[in-house]
Design a protein around this ligand. Sequence first.
Ligand SMILES: [Zn+2]
Length: 854
Amino acid sequence: MIKTRSIIFLLILISFNITGQTNLEYYFGDNISFNSKVSKPSDILDFEIGEKHVSHDQLVKYMHIIAEQSDRVKIERYGWTYEHRPLMLLTISSPDNLTDIDKIREDHLKLSDPAYSGDINIANMPSVIWLGYSVHGNEPSGLNASLLVAYYLAAAESNELNSILNNTVILLDPSINPDGYSRFEQWVNQYMSDVSISDPNNVEHNEAWPRGRTNHYWFDLNRDWLPLQHPESQARIKQFHKWKPNILTDHHEMGSNSTFFFQPGIPSRTNPNTPTENFSLTNKIAAYHADALDKIGSLYFSKEQFDDFYYGKGSSYPDVNGSIGILFEQASSRGLSQQTVNGILDFPFTIRNQLTVSLSTIKSGYELKNELLKYQADFYRQASKLARNEPVKAYVLDGGDDLTKTNRFLDILLRHQINTYRLAEGLFYDDHNYSTTSSYIVPLEQEQFRLIKAIFEKSTSFTDSLFYDVSAWTFPLAFDIKHSAIEGKSFKNDMLGDKLIEIPELTGKVSAKSSYAYLMKLDDYNSYKALYMILKNNLKVKVALKAFSTGEGMEHNPGTILIPVRSQSKTEDEVYDILKKISTKSNIDFSNVSTGFNQAGIDLGSPNMVNLEKPKVMMLVGNGVSSYEAGEVWHLLDNRFGIPLSMVDIDRFNRINLSRYNTIIMVNGNYSRISGSSREKLEKWIKDGGNIIGTKGGSKWLIDQKLANIKLKKTSRDTASIKNYGDMYQHIGAQNIGGSIFEATLDLSHPLCFGYPDKYISLFKNNKLFFEKSNNPYNNPVLYSEDPLQSGYISKENYELVKNTSGLIVSSIGRGETICFSDNPNFRAFWYGTNRLFLNAIFLGDIISSSSTR
Ligand SMILES: [Zn+2]
C-alpha cells in the first residue's frame, strides 16, 4: 500500500515536472492575469503547448472554442486545402471594434485609394496587422505558438492590451499549409519517445521523402504568392486584399545550429520596386523584436541573410502592396529537442521566440500606427506620379487562339487587383496585329503600378549578383503570350476598352454530327485534356504530321487531331455523344468533316496521319528525386489534365515489371539507387518501344548511362588566380544560375513543338546542364538563341556556355526513345509556355522515331 502510494506520488511529481517546464508562466512570465472564462490551450488539448506537436484538427478546435468564448475574437474559414483541411483567419480587436468591423475594413481600404485617402484622418484609424504561421509545414514553432498568441489576445487583461486592441485589428492565420504540416506532425508525433531523444540522427528529427515543407502536390507555398496556382494561395490573397494589412509576418524555421533571424534582410538585394521607406520602417519594427528577445535572453541576427527580391514570398509580396512584410526564422528543433552547437534546443524555446516576436510585432503596429497608415496611403498616392515618369505606359497582350492559357493569365491579374481592359480597337504595334478579340491591355497608371512592373518587367542589370531565389519571373514570357510594352505618346487612354470584371467564359462545341470524321486543333492548353479524354474513351485517334486545309479557310497545322468515325468500336451516335461531353468538359471545339479529300496539303487517310496511343505514365519518386519537380509533374497531369500518374519509389522500381507503362518520367534528381540490372531492364523496355522523358538531373542520368546520345558542354573552372577567402561565398554564388529566362527557337515541324503559334519561346533555366547541339540536324527542336538572355542574372562565363545550346534532344533507341530536357519545363506550375513541350513529349513522344523514317 505504501509502495503504491509512493509510486502514485512519484508519477504526480514527474508530470508536474514536465508541465512545470512549459506552463504558461514559461511563455508569458508571472505578472499577466488572464480572463478565466477563456480556455487555456491545455484545457482543450490536455497537454501544454510544446510538450508535443499540436495537430491541425486540435488547432482548429481550439481556435473555434476561444472565438466562442471571447468577444475579442471572430473566426472564419476562408478556404480549403487540396486534402480538404480548413484554412482559418481569426480577426482580433476590441469588442467595440469588432461590432463595427465591416465599416473599419471599408475605411481602411480607402487608404489604398488615392481618390479618398487624402480626406482620411488616420489618427482615428486602427492599423491592421496580419500574423501568418508555418507556411512550411515542417517548421512547426510558429504554428504551435499561434495558439498562445490567440490565447493571450483573447484572454490577457491589462490596460496596455486594451489600448492595443482599441487601435489595431489583428488578423491571425494560424496554419497556412495544413496539408504539409499534417504530414510533419504525424511523423514527429509517431516517433516521439517518453524520454527526450536529442540525438540529431534520431528518426524523429529526419522526415521521410517528400517531407512536410510543401503542400499536397509538393509545392512550396512560400513561392506561390505571385503565381497563385494553388487553392491555399488563391484563398489567402483574397483575404489579403480584402484587408490590405499594414504589417504581415511570416514565421519560419531554419537550420538547428542557427539562432533567430528577423528582417530587414540583405539591403542590396531588395527588389527595386520596393520603396526605400519600406526598409527603414522594417528597421524601426526590428528594434521592437530586438528589445523583446533581449529581455528573454535569446540570441538573434538580421541583415546578413535572406532577401526580399522575389515577390512570390510571404515576406516580400506585402512590400509591393503598400504593406511591410517581415520574415522570421527560428532555429528548428524539428522534434521535441535536439542537440545543436548552441546546446540542447527545446521545442518550447522555439515556440517562445515566435510568440515573443508576434507580440513585439503587435506592439510596433500599435506604436507606429500612424506612420504605417501614412506610409500605406503614400505608397498608393505615389503610384500615378511614378507611372507618369515611367517610359512604359501600358502592356498589351495577345493570347491568340489559346483561350485557356490566356484565361489563366488574366485570372492572376484579377486576383492581384490589377485593372485590365479589352482593347477598344485593333492595334498594330511591334509588327504585330493586336486584335480586339484576343488582346488585353494593362495601363501602368493605376494603384498596382509597382506590382504590374514586377509581373511584366524584364530585368538584366542588378546591384547584387546573389539571389536567395529566382532572379526573373516575367509572366508573359512564362506564359508564352505575345506582348508589347507601349511607350510614351504611342499610348492613348482611348485604347482602353471594357474593364475586365471576371475572366471570359469559355465554351466548347461539336460543330455538327458526322458520319465520317472529326477534327480537333492542338493550339489550346486544354486540347491535351480533351485528347486524354478521347483516348480514355478508347476512341482511335490520329495526329497530322503535316498541314492541310479542309477548305473555306479551315487551315490545320501539324498536330491536328483526327477522330475517324467508322473505324471505331462505337456507333456514330456514341462517338458524337462522347465528343459532345468532352467538348463541354474541356471547352474545346470539334469540327465535323464529311470527306477525307482535302483542298490542300495531306488527305485524312494520308501516311502522315499517324495513330496515337493512350499514355500510361509512371514517374520515379523517392529519396534523391526532387520532390518539387516531381510534384510539378504530378500536379500538371493529375490536377490540370486528369491523366493518371503512377509514382513509383526507386527501390520498388528495381523489383517491378515495366510492361504496364509506355512512358516513364525522370525529373531532376540523383538516381544512383537504380541498380545495374534495373538499368538493363530500362534499356530493354526502351528498345521495345518505351518512351522515357528526362528533365535536368533525370536527363543527366540518362546521358551518363548512355541511354541518351547527348554531348554536354563543360563548365570551366578558374583555378589560376589568387582570391580573398572573404569573397569566396560571393564569387561562388555569382556562378549559380538561380533562375533566369532565355529566348529559344522552335522547329515547328517537329512533333514536340506542335501546337505553338510561332517559333519563339522563353525557357526558364536554373541549372548548369548545357546540351551541345545534336549532330543530327533534324534533332534540335528547341535551340537557345545566339544572344538569348531575356530576363534575370547570369554570369559572363555561364552566358557564353548557354548560347546556341539545345534545350531538348531526342535519342532513338531501338523502337523507343529518350527525350531529354536540359531544363524544367514545368517550373512552379506557372510556366504554361513550356508545359506544352512536356505534354507533347508525353502524347507525341513515341511517334518521333517512326515519323523520322517517313
Ligand atoms: Zn521556411
